[in-house]
Each structure stands twice: as structure tokens, then as C-alpha cells.
Ligand binder design. Structure first.
Ligand SMILES: Nc1ncnc2c1ncn2[C@@H]1O[C@H](COP(=O)(O)OP(=O)(O)OP(=O)(O)O)[C@@H](O)[C@H]1O
Ligand SMILES: [Mg+2]
Length: 212
């Protein structure tokens, strides 16, 4: 079966790309052979994985150059069932196009406020450009840092409805476990009961994505 290739990208910084990538990678790793490609020269995902004790929580993480990411994805896809690519913020548009040309699905984490969402609007045009060369590319926003106590504001729902890229029904709630996991070099699955609710968020995203 062909590998499922997913890029996690947003040119806006700090929206949860690395958090989503590492935890999705851990969830996919429990299902089948997975590789996480770290295309961020800051190496956050690679650093995260190095912090952890050697164990089976996280899949192998390889650093890739945004210039040659297409070849890196193709190589990883030959030997694995799931390939995830963590992208840096402020990725040059040519490099972003190369990443989106090499995957089946791009997930775009966004923070749940209209202003933050509009700061990601450039991704819509980037997805449309990428579809000229990769007509099967699917793209979804993933809401991150959702406040468990409050429903999404009306303004946020309106902003989402106007966005041309649809949002997944499932997102990541704001939870201390997502931060603890990063500090401990594990995924939320690796935190055991402390990470159970966060792992449920991630499982719901995986089930939605694999059922698309
Ligand atoms: N759902 C969440 N709950 C709590 N904290 C979160 C959540 N998602 C992300 N964070 C925290 O928010 C910060 C930014 O997240 P992260 O580093 O994943 O974003 P990023 O988009 O990869 O950033 P960059 O653009 O710098 O690569 C981190 O401190 C992370 O631990
Ligand atoms: Mg990051």
C-alpha cells in the first residue's frame, strides 16, 4: 500500500506545527512504520526526540533540507506506511511549494482566534498554487490550543467559514500535557495517564485524517 505523506505547515510561527507533528507521528507509529522528517533548520522535532529516553514512543526522526525535501519524502515513503514532515515557519514560498508537491495532505495548525487565523491566510494561496502541480493535494486547518471551557466564538466560526481551506472537525485542546510531553522528549502517549486526554485529541485527528 502507498504511504500516506503528510506535511504540517504554516508560515505563521508558534501555531503548534511541531507539537502536532510529533504527537501525530507517535500515534501513526503505533499503527505502522512511520518516519518523521524535520524540515526545520532549528531542528525542534529532532531535538524533542533526542531529549527522550530511547524507547518506542517516537518513530525515527530525520533532518531534511527544505531544498531536497521531495527526495527525502520519496525515500522515506518507500520504506514506511506514514511519512510526516514538520515545516519551519517563514518557509520560502518555493520551498513550501516543494513540500506541498511531495505530499498527499497538508495540515495547517491555527490558533482559535480570528486574528491568528487571518495571519495564516497566505497558506490558502500557497495550497492553490501547489494544486497546479499536485492536483490530489488535500489541505485542512487544524484548530490548536482550543479552550476546553469555551465554545469557539461566533467571530471565529465566521472567519473559519470564509476560509477556503476547510477545518478538520477535531483539533487539539489547550492542555498542559502537550507542553510536558515536549519538555520530557516524549509524545502525549508516552506520558501514560497524564497524557490520556491529549492522546485522545490526537487519536481523533488521526481517525479523521485516515478516514478522509
Ligand atoms: N494544544 C496545546 N496545549 C498547550 N500548549 C501547546 C499546545 N500546542 C502547542 N503548545 C505550546 O505552544 C508553543 C508553540 O508550539 P510549537 O512549537 O509546536 O509551534 P510551531 O508552530 O512548531 O512553532 P515554530 O513556528 O516556531 O516552529 C510550544 O511551547 C508548545 O508546547
Ligand atoms: Mg516548530
Amino acid at each position: 500500500m502507498a504511504a500516506l505523506r503528510i506535511a504540517i505547515a504554516n508560515q505563521k510561527g508558534g501555531t503548534g506545527k511541531t507539537t502536532l507533528t510529533v504527537n501525530l507521528a507517535a500515534g501513526f507509529h503505533r499503527r505502522g512504520a512511520t518516519v518523521l522528517l524535520d524540515a526545520d533548520p532549528q531542528g525542534s522535532a529532532a531535538h524533542w526526540a533526542r531529549l527522550g529516553e530511547a524507547g518506542d514512543d517516537l518513530p525515527p526522526v530525520r533532518s531534511v533540507d527544505a531544498e531536497t525535501v521531495g527526495a527525502g519524502v520519496a525515500r522515506a515513503a518507500r520504506a514506511s506506511r506514514y511519512v510526516l514532515v514538520d515545516c519551519p515557519p517563514h518557509l520560502q514560498s518555493a520551498a513550501l511549494q516543494r513540500v506541498m508537491g511531495a505530499v498527499d495532505l497538508v495540515l495547517i495548525p491555527v490558533l482559535p482566534s480570528p486574528l491568528d487565523l487571518w495571519a495564516s491566510v497566505g497558506m490558502t494561496a500557497a495550497v492553490q498554487d501547489a494544486r497546479r502541480g499536485n492536483s490530489r493535494l488535500r489541505a485542512y486547518l487544524v484548530l490548536n490550543q482550543i479552550d476546553r471551557r469555551n465554545a469557539l466564538s461566533g467571530a471565529m466560526r465566521e472567519a473559519l467559514a470564509e476560509f477556503e481551506v476547510p477545518a478538520l472537525a477535531n483539533g487539539m485542546t489547550r492542555r498542559a500535557a502537550f507542553r510536558s510531553a515536549a519538555l520530557e522528549g516524549r509524545s502525549v502517549y508516552g506520558l501514560g495517564s497524564r497524557g490520556a486526554n491529549a492522546a485522545r485529541d490526537v487519536e481523533a485527528i488521526i481517525e479523521e485524517v485516515t478516514g478522509l
